[in-house]
Write a new protein. Structure first.
Length: 61
């Protein structure tokens, strides 16, 4: 992944709407950035290198 792509992904991970799954991150990279990488690579970059947090749905009681 290029530095520009990594920067865009970092910003998207910080956005309030964020991503709810690594599959969603993978799809975003494929469609928006035209980056073809393996799912495992996306998972590692998001979780370990960028320290990204996925959006967690909260339930109301």
């Amino acid at each position: 992944m290029t530095a520009e792509t990594v920067d865009r992904l970092s910003k998207e991970l910080l956005a309030p709407e964020g991503f709810s799954s690594y599959q969603e991150v993978h799809q975003w990279l494929t469609t928006c950035c035209e980056v073809k990488v393996a799912y495992r690579t996306v998972n590692k970059w998001t979780k370990y290198r960028l320290k990204g947090k996925l959006r967690i749905a909260t339930s109301r009681e």
